[in-house]
Design a binder for this molecule. Structure first.
Ligand SMILES: Nc1ncnc2c1ncn2[C@@H]1O[C@H](COP(=O)(O)OP(=O)(O)OP(=O)(O)O)[C@@H](O)[C@H]1O
Ligand SMILES: [Mg+2]
Length: 251
C-alpha cells in the first residue's frame, strides 16, 4: 500500500477578521510518498497560501495538515525544527532567498554545518551537490548577483537538497525563466526526485510542465479544488470545463 506523507484536511484560510473573503475554502488532499503532485490554478487561486500553510509560514483559519501521521499544528519547537529540515521550499525568485552578502559556498556549507558536519566534509558535500545540479566549483565563490536566474534556481535546489528533505515544495520555480531554462530546471527536478526518492509538490501556472513532470494533478480555483486525478486521466478526459479551458489555453 502507498504511504501518505502529507494529509491536508478541510483547510480554510481567511486573512482578516474584518471581511468574509476566504483564500482557501475547504481543501482536502493526500500527498503520497514518492509521488509528484502538481497544483495548477490562475493567479490568486490560493496556491501559495496553501504552500505557506504547509511550510508553517501561515496558520490556517480552520482545518489540519498532517505530516507522517501527526498534525504539524501541534508541533513543539523540536518537532518544528525537524520539520523545517524535512520540508524544503523553493520559491519563484531564488535571489530573494539567498543572503546577498554571502557566497553560495557559504550558504550551502551553512546547511551542512547546521547538521553538524565539520568544515572539510561540508565543503566536499557542497561541491558534490553543485555538481549534482550541473554547476561547476566556481559557484562556491560566487555571490547571488553574479549568476543568472536559472543558475540561481539551481543553487536554490541544491541548498534544498542539502537538508536531505522528504518533501520538496516548488512554488512557481520556473515562472521567471525562459522556455529552455524552464525545461532544463523541470528535467532536473524530475531527475533529482528519482535520485533522492523525494516527494514533490509542484505548483505552477504552466500546464505543459505539470503534464511533463507530475503523476497527479489538482486544479485550484478561488480557493477550491475543482478537479483531481492522475495527469493522464485529467488531460485525456477533464471533468470540469475550467480544466478544459486551462488545457485549451495552456494557462
Ligand atoms: N498575507 C495576505 N493578506 C491578505 N490577503 C492575502 C495574503 N496572502 C494572499 N492573500 C490573498 O489570498 C488570495 C490567494 O493568494 P495566493 O498568493 O495564495 O495565490 P496564488 O495562487 O499563489 O497566486 P499566484 O499565481 O499569483 O502566485 C489572493 O486573493 C491574495 O490577495
Ligand atoms: Mg503564488
Amino acid at each position: 500500500m502507498t504511504e501518505t506523507l502529507l494529509k491536508v484536511s478541510h483547510l480554510f484560510k481567511k486573512f482578516s477578521d474584518h471581511d468574509s473573503y476566504y483564500a482557501l475554502k475547504g481543501i482536502n488532499f493526500d500527498l503520497l510518498k514518492g509521488e509528484c503532485l502538481g497544483i495548477i490554478g490562475e493567479n490568486g487561486s490560493g496556491k501559495s497560501t496553501l504552500s505557506r500553510i504547509i511550510t508553517l509560514l501561515e496558520t490556517p483559519t480552520q482545518g489540519d495538515v498532517c505530516f507522517q501521521g501527526f498534525s504539524i499544528l501541534d508541533y513543539n519547537k523540536k518537532a518544528k525544527r525537524a520539520y523545517y529540515k524535512d520540508v524544503q521550499m523553493i520559491f519563484q525568485n531564488p535571489y530573494a532567498s539567498f543572503n546577498p552578502l554571502k557566497t553560495f559556498g557559504y550558504s550551502l556549507k551553512n546547511v551542512y554545518h547546521n547538521q553538524g558536519y565539520p568544515s572539510q566534509k561540508a565543503e566536499s558535500a557542497a561541491l558534490q551537490l553543485l555538481e549534482r545540479v550541473r554547476l561547476d566549483a566556481s559557484f562556491m565563490k560566487r555571490y547571488p548577483h553574479q549568476v543568472s536566474g536559472g543558475q540561481c534556481q539551481r543553487v536554490a535546489i541544491a541548498r534544498g537538497l542539502a537538508a536531505s528533505p522528504k518533501l520538496l515544495i516548488c512554488d512557481e520555480i520556473t515562472s521567471d525563466l525562459d522556455m529552455i531554462t524552464k525545461t532544463s530546471i523541470v528535467e532536473l527536478v524530475g531527475e533529482l526526485q528519482k535520485a533522492y526518492d523525494l516527494t514533490v509538490l509542484f505548483i505552477s501556472h504552466d500546464i505543459g510542465l505539470v503534464k511533463y513532470l507530475c503523476d497527479r494533478i489538482l486544479v485550484l480555483k478561488n480557493g477550491e479544488i475543482l478537479e483531481e486525478g492522475s495527469v493522464q486521466k485529467v488531460f485525456k478526459n477533464p471533468q470540469h470545463p475550467y480544466t478544459q479551458q486551462l488545457i485549451d489555453y495552456g494557462l
